[in-house]
Design a protein around this ligand. Structure first.
Ligand code: 13P
Ligand code: SF4
Length: 314
């Protein structure tokens, strides 16, 4: 979606706050949103906390400043509320790399196996899965599966490999990955650590194995934030989307945060999907009550049980 034309004389922040009250709307935002959107959010969180906030809200309208699968999850949990996504094209490489028909054909090859899907997938994949997980509860979800049961894990092979190592469970992995987290350069990271010997590498489990092996701490965005703020260390190299650093600086401004370097000099450690949402699009979606997240009722209902199973464990 193109950047909409809005009157340059408008104070967008004021307008968004005004419209939010008028519509009885709540703004939920992921840490990978640009900082001006983070500032306006009623609730900021990782994928799990955002799903829980969407489930628990009493607002009439949920404005989801995140990506499509997150807004879809909010709609599945809240079918009677209006869910707005400032840019409907805000997708995810993990979700688009795992089409529903190919996923169903894959799981059919393993009768009797339990299919665990990372929340970064389409509703179609969720509907064909047994249980959903996020990066913050994935270990608990895997450990809840009986030892004698085969596990299929989709769509993130890096998170899957990390979980298999952590839990000692063998898993069949879908070969998907996140275009942002696979961009970090091992070679540049080693160089950076030599120049900053006291900096601790903290990494999201969507990163590739060689990066995770170097990390002092691995966790979801919320866990990375808490670790950076609460640990006694003063300097961090942050191997995830740099949007999270906004909250790290806010919570512990005296510490130093260095974004992990991508393979080349592009800004490709910024999620191109997350960053499709802008202040202008947030304003326009609240003004026009569009675009809304719509999905067939049957799909919504089929995708609900695997999400509820996850929430019961979280
Ligand atoms: P979490 O915020 O759940 O750690 O997920 C990160 C991510 O890549 C979202 O797409
Ligand atoms: Fe998807 Fe990666 Fe962007 Fe997260 S950071 S939304 S996993 S492409």
């Amino acid at each position: 979606m193109e950047q909409p034309h809005v009157d340059p004389g408008l104070d967008l922040e004021d307008e968004i706050v005004r419209l939010k009250v008028e519509r009885n709307a709540v703004i939920l935002a992921h840490y990978y949103q640009e900082s001006e959107i983070q500032e306006l959010a009623d609730f900021l969180g990782d994928s799990l906390a955002l799903a829980q906030a969407a489930r628990d809200t009493e607002a009439d309208v949920i404005v989801f400043c995140g990506v499509h699968f997150m807004a879809e999850t909010a709609k599945i949990l809240n079918p009677d509320r209006t869910v707005l996504l400032p840019d409907l094209d805000a997708g995810c490489s993990l979700a688009s790399g795992c089409p529903g028909d190919r996923f169903r054909a894959w799981r059919d090859r393993y009768p009797g196996a339990v299919a665990v899907s990372y929340i970064n997938c389409t509703a179609e994949v969720k509907a064909a899965s047994d249980i959903i997980c996020t990066s913050s509860n994935a270990e608990a979800v895997i450990r809840s599966i009986p030892e004698d049961t085969q596990i299929l894990f989709a769509p993130d092979q890096n998170l899957g490999r990390y979980l298999a190592k952590k839990t000692g469970r063998e898993m069949v992995l879908w070969q998907g990955s996140c275009i942002v987290h696979e961009t970090f350069s091992h070679r540049k990271l080693v160089g950076l650590q030599t120049r900053h010997p006291n900096a601790k590498l903290i990494a999201h489990p969507e990163c590739e194995e060689p990066i995770l092996e170097m990390a002092e701490f691995i966790g979801s965005t919320t866990k990375l934030l808490r670790y950076a703020v609460d640990s006694e260390h003063q300097e961090f190299i942050v191997a995830t989307e740099p949007g999270i650093i906004t909250q790290m600086v806010k919570a512990a401004p005296h510490k130093t945060y260095i974004p992990a370097p991508p393979n080349n000099s592009c800004a490709c450690n910024e999620c191109p999907y997350m960053r499709l949402n802008t202040l202008e699009k947030l304003y326009v979606c609240l003004r026009d009550m569009s675009p809304t997240l719509e999905m067939p009722a049957a799909l919504r209902q089929a995708a609900r049980a695997p999400i509820d199973r996850m929430l019961a464990l979280s």
